[in-house]
Each structure stands twice: as C-alpha cells, then as structure tokens.
Design a binder for this molecule. Sequence first.
Ligand code: URA
Length: 254
Amino acid sequence: MSTRKRSILLRDLKNYLTFLKDYGYSEIPSELGSTLKIQSGTNKKSNYSIGIDKRLNMETKQKLTKKSNISIEEVREELGDCTRCNLHKDRKTIVFGSGNPNADLVFVGEGPGADEDEQGFPFVGRAGKKLTEIIEKGMNLNREKDTYICNIVKCRPPNNRDPKPDEITACKPFLIKQLQAIQPKAIVALGKPAASTLLGRTVPIMKERGNWYEYEGIPLMLTLHPAYLLRAYTIENRRNVMNDMNKVLKKLKQ
Ligand code: URA
C-alpha cells in the first residue's frame, strides 16, 4: 500500500473512531465477537453501547451472508479521490457514508454540511444529532449497527446550497452502487433532493412524504429532512416523521 493511501486510511480510521466516541460508544465489536476499546474511563455513559452484545453477534453473522456483486469497499475505491464535479474544489473530505454495509435500512440525505466535511462522516452536525435521535430514541434502533447513512452527493456544496443537477448526475452512480452493495430491505429518502434523485422526478415532499415508493424494487419511504424538522419544529411535522418511521419499522419486520 502506498504511503498516501495509508495516511488517508489512517485519517479515515481516526475520524471514524472520533465519530463513534462522540456518539457515546466506548467499544467497537471485532469480527471475532469480542470487543476493542476505543477509550476507557472518561466517556459519557451510552444507552446504546455496542460492547459484547449477543444480539449483535447473531445478527451480524446472519447479515454478513448477504449476497451482492459489489462490496461497499469496492464502491469507495472506485470513487477514489474524486474530481468528477466542481464540488471537489472546496471540499475537505469526501463523505462517503457510514454505518453497517449489511444493514436492512439505508437513509439517504442531501449532501454534507460543514461538520460532515470536517469529520468525513454523514449527519454528524445538528441535523445529524436529530437523525440519530429519530433512529435511536424514536425507532429504537442502533444507528451504527442497524442502519447505513449516505447522501446523494459526497462532497459539501459551498454555503450549504442545494446540490446542482450536474453534481447529482456525477455522484448518483455511486449512490446507486452503494445501494446495490447493501441491498437493504428499505430506503428512507430524507427531504426533497434525496426523494427527487431516487425517483427521477421533482417530488413535492410535503405532499408525498409518508408514502411507499420503490427504488429498483426496494421499498422507498419519503420523509422530511431532519434539518427541515429542526427549522419547522412543529408537533405536526414531528408526528408526521414518527408516523413515517413507524411504517418503516413495520416494513422491516415483514
Ligand atoms: N444534511 C445532509 O443531507 N447530509 C448530511 O450528511 C448532513 C446534513
């Protein structure tokens, strides 16, 4: 492995461990079913710690047998140090995706913001904390273990503007390949740009959220983006998102 590849790998690993620690994890599972310590002692107590967890061992083993022609690592490798659109000029980091590549559930957002660009992981800023809350408290799932999270574009659009059509076109093949590699039971599109990208048409999200669609045969639920929810934090919007997520939970159990 070249020195450059090695240093990128090490930086990504460091960011990933920091990300896990920020979310309260104190241990990570090793492939052998034991655990590796991230850091002992000072971490805040997590109610979703993933230490030695029988549930994890069972589920992970089952899910690792999923068949796919392409792995998530191969998709990341193909993306490389991407310069396919102008977004690469201002980005600090490519925000490829995070979570379990064998998960049954994938959330698709719009694009990285400043925090994500800095840390290299999707949904780690304010909207990310809201999304984590929806997943962990609202759905009683574990963000890292039960879901995979990515965006329609992997680099931050300047000033948090919406991604442009040519940027989405350049990046969409990698989203498609991520979904092919993961083969989830359900996808959740967070907000209008994600919904419109996956359905290939302009989606009026307030009208169409809460309905099931399909993406390449995979059930696709449309819901509000957590950043919108934070901006319009009404009882109605919160209730709508929770209703949408309850439909997703029901679908995952089928
Ligand atoms: N908003 C998104 O759509 N994606 C992120 O990763 C963060 C905020």
